[in-house]
Design a protein around this ligand. Structure first.
Ligand code: MD6
Ligand code: FE
Length: 224
């Protein structure tokens, strides 16, 4: 009997046999680069550890008073924060009073090559939000609109456990497609998709050989 393969098997096989392979369009100006960061996975996780030694992960509070389930920190000239006063970028870590740790050169290089491949040449981010998801955590749908200039793209790198990303349109009510984000996958979006709504569904438990039972996401932006 013919049994169709489950979609996740196709995705896994694609990442095994075609690590740098495909580029998939998610919308106008939005691309998923399969495995673009795969070869740098270990080095990226080490760089995250170095940032976290200086600016520890923390659970920030939304303006409405809810603690976020995703733990966050930043590196680069600017860091994204939320507290009772609102969402914004700061040059200092409010928890330490020091400047955010410098952006690791590997992050800059990866952001540049990914943006180049997706048709946004010469991207130089000045802010990197680092998200840490544990099983059971999620990120509600939102738009990224705290940056000074929406003319720049955003580059997002997924590491560790896979997650389901929801990607919609400029209106909250626009339909959202679900996209599997595996270790080493990079999403780039800008142009007409820059203000697309997006979110991350509740992380399922699992064990990743490099990251354990966690997912990390780097969101690289030109924010200041
Ligand atoms: C995440 N990403 O993948 C959350 N925002 O964990 C985002 O919120 C995001 O991936 C803007 C652009 C790309 C992203
Ligand atoms: Fe976002």
């Amino acid at each position: 009997m013919f049994r169709p393969m489950m979609p996740y098997m196709w995705a896994t096989m694609q990442s095994l046999f075609d690590p740098d392979g495909g580029m998939e369009a998610l919308g106008p100006g939005a691309a998923l680069l399969h495995g673009h960061a795969l070869a740098d996975g270990e080095a990226l996780l080490q760089a995250i550890d170095a940032v976290v030694a200086d600016a520890p992960f923390r659970h920030m509070v939304t303006p409405g008073g809810f603690e976020m389930s995703v733990a966050m920190t930043n590196c680069g000239a600017g860091g994204w924060i939320t507290d009772r006063k609102g969402y914004r970028y700061t040059r200092e870590d409010p928890d330490t009073g020091r400047a955010w740790p410098a952006m690791p050169p590997l992050f800059l290089a990866l952001a540049r090559t990914a943006a180049d491949a997706a048709g946004f040449p010469g991207f130089v981010p000045d802010a990197c939000l680092i998200n840490r998801y544990e099983p059971g955590t999620r990120l509600s749908p939102h738009q990224d609109k705290d940056e000074a200039d929406f003319g720049h793209p955003i580059v997002s790198v997924s590491l560790g456990l896979p997650a389901t990303f929801q990607f919609g349109g400029p209106k909250r009510a626009d339909p959202m497609k679900k996209v599997a984000l595996h270790h080493g996958y990079v999403v780039v979006w800008g142009g007409p998709s820059r203000l697309a709504h997006h979110g991350v569904l509740t992380l399922k438990s699992g064990e990743h050989p490099l990251a354990g039972h966690r997912r990390f996401n780097l969101t690289l932006r030109k924010a200041l």
